[in-house]
Ligand binder design. Structure first.
Ligand code: BDR
Ligand code: CA
Length: 318
């Protein structure tokens, strides 16, 4: 990356969410990116909670001036049947009580905020999506010109060559609004999919989390408070001792794309099957019938990524 490219100006669409919170704090601790705003979506919790949590995070980060806009309450076409609350707690923050934030959300809804921010800064904004893609799909439907004016879209979601986590085949963010994902994957912009293929390759062990906690700054204190419920879910659901690093992987891609290997392929989102909806079906061939539409992350240098995350969070000022 050339110095002139720094920092990348990013808008984060998110459903905080324990791992969303970890990703957002990673972004605030990284000089390669400048957070221009957060837009909140339903997912790990309802949009009232995710908006409140987003406000808490900008305040914790010492950036209360960063706008937070509330977005979609539900998927575009379906009843929401996600179970994020089991993973992230009812409040999205591992059932830990935090004081109410002082700030208020931006008066605009998320989709309008995304449109306004991208159109006011042509070619400048990287959209990082960490939740169901409802807000992003609404934004590009509201103003299709954002597709040509956004720098790129990087999303945590999907499973190209990996089993699902919300069903046997589907990843949660895609499963929670497959029609929105279809719109986003097929809009004429550059999409990079940071899915379970790579996010499951990076595990933060209890020892790693304990090391983070030793820094004792306000970021690592917050993270170590919200993690026990989340880690408890993984332990119970899959026997994993630790946590997969989902949303921070998308941020890592934006901060340092050399951590990942990608393949440009054709991805279709399954929306019809009553069982397999949310599957991201990849055609690995490059052929006329399957025009490439998505850069899929297929591998990650997880040691270097874990070292980067730890360095950024532990060196944050208290
Ligand atoms: C994704 O689903 C959510 O529970 C997480 O925050 C992450 O964005 C992982 O499948
Ligand atoms: Ca998320």
């Amino acid at each position: 990356m050339k110095n002139s490219d720094l920092p990348k100006r990013i808008l984060i669409d998110t459903d905080p969410g324990v791992d969303d919170s970890m990703a957002i704090l990673f972004a605030f601790c990284s000089p390669e990116v400048k957070v221009e705003g957060l837009t909140a979506v339903f997912g790990n919790s309802g949009s009232e909670n995710t908006t409140r949590n987003a406000l808490r995070l900008v305040e914790l980060a010492g950036h209360p001036e960063v706008p937070v806009a509330r977005g979609a309450e539900a998927p575009l076409l379906r009843e929401f049947k996600g179970f994020g609350w089991r993973v992230h707690g009812h409040n999205g923050l591992g059932e830990v009580d935090f004081p109410l934030p002082k700030g208020q959300p931006d008066p605009r809804r998320a989709a309008q905020f995304i449109v306004d921010t991208i159109m006011a800064n042509p070619g400048e904004i990287t959209l990082v999506a960490l939740g169901p893609l409802t807000n992003v799909a609404l934004a590009v439907s509201l103003e299709p010109k954002i597709a040509k004016n956004v720098k790129e879209v990087v999303l945590m979601g999907g499973a190209a060559n990996a089993m699902g986590n919300a069903s046997g085949v589907a990843e949660a963010n895609i499963r929670n609004d497959p029609e929105a994902a279809k719109i986003v994957f097929n809009a004429p912009w550059q999409v990079t999919m940071v899915g379970l293929d790579v996010t499951r390759k990076t595990v933060m062990t209890p020892a790693y989390v304990a090391e983070l906690g030793k820094a004792g700054n306000r970021f690592t204190d917050f993270i170590t408070k919200i993690l026990p419920h989340y880690m408890g879910f993984y332990k119970e659901a899959s026997g994993l001792d630790g946590l997969y690093v989902h949303d921070s992987s998308a941020l890592a891609y934006v901060i340092d794309p050399t951590l990942f290997k990608t393949k440009l392929v054709h991805v279709e989102v399954e929306t019809v099957s009553p069982v397999n909806f949310g599957l991201t079906a990849v055609d690995w061939r490059l052929s006329a019938e399957a025009e490439p539409n998505v850069h899929v992350c297929v591998d990650v240098d997880n040691d270097r990524f874990l070292a980067l995350y730890k360095q950024r969070l532990t060196e944050a000022v208290s």
